[in-house]
Design a protein around this ligand. Structure first.
Ligand code: CA
Length: 220
């Protein structure tokens, strides 16, 4: 019987990965290469990638968005789960980081499913809204600058169809979210977004404690 989410100690987490993780060899190599970078902690955990792939399959998602691609691991996981005619529009500001991902997307034969758009995501999304792509998308993953989260959430709500899903990363923020003494801008921005989504009647939501916390919001 459990009334709260289990704590994952190292031994249990190792067992969990060993017993449940299904990762392609290309995914594993991309994760290993990224882990060596100074910003390596920014990539999502493999169990989260697997979970997001399952969501894509469950939804039968075809048109997907990613805000914050980094070195492309999450994009690789999502693209793997898309049908052949599925698309991921991946937004990032860094040529350097995304160029790492591109090599692996090509190796996995998925490069034609991923449309990388370099530049501030808020502008990329605005252009898409202006172009009339509203209500077109099935799924959006938000994992970029935390001060931009609220804006990306609003833009994704416009771009998603009813029944579409937004997944927002780092919403447990390494636990800092629960410490009222921590009031830096990023922590406060995430806290405010959590409260907003909880009370937002436009969506049905749940914060899944996988990785650093993945907030799911389904557009009604
Ligand atoms: Ca993240």
């Amino acid at each position: 019987m459990s009334t709260k989410t289990i704590q994952m100690e190292d031994a249990l987490h190792a067992y969990y990965l060993n017993a449940t993780l299904r990762e392609t060899e290309v995914q594993k190599r991309l994760r290993d290469e990224t882990a060596k970078l100074s910003h390596g902690h920014m990539q999502i955990s493999p169990e989260q990638g697997q979970f997001m792939a399952l969501l894509i399959e469950l939804m039968g998602a075809k048109k997907t968005l990613e805000i914050g691609t980094f070195t492309g691991y999450s994009a690789l996981c999502v693209a793997c789960a898309l049908p052949k005619d599925g698309r991921l529009i991946a937004c990032d500001v860094s040529e350097e980081w995304t160029s790492i991902g591109k090599r692996y997307w090509e190796e996995a034969g998925l490069a034609d499913r991923i449309d990388l758009r370099i530049g501030p995501a808020a502008k990329t999304l605005d252009r898409m809204i202006e172009n009339g792509e509203t209500g077109d998308f099935d799924f959006a993953f938000i994992d970029a600058d935390k001060l931009g989260y609220d804006g990306y959430y609003e833009q994704c709500l416009i771009l998603l169809r009813a029944g579409g899903l937004i997944a927002i990363d780092n919403t447990l923020w390494n636990g800092k979210i629960a410490d009222p003494a921590i009031v830096d801008e990023e922590t406060v921005a995430i806290r405010e977004l959590l409260e907003k989504v909880r009370d937002d009647q436009r969506v049905t939501s749940s914060l899944v404690p996988i990785g650093d916390g993945l907030l799911l919001a389904r557009k009604r």
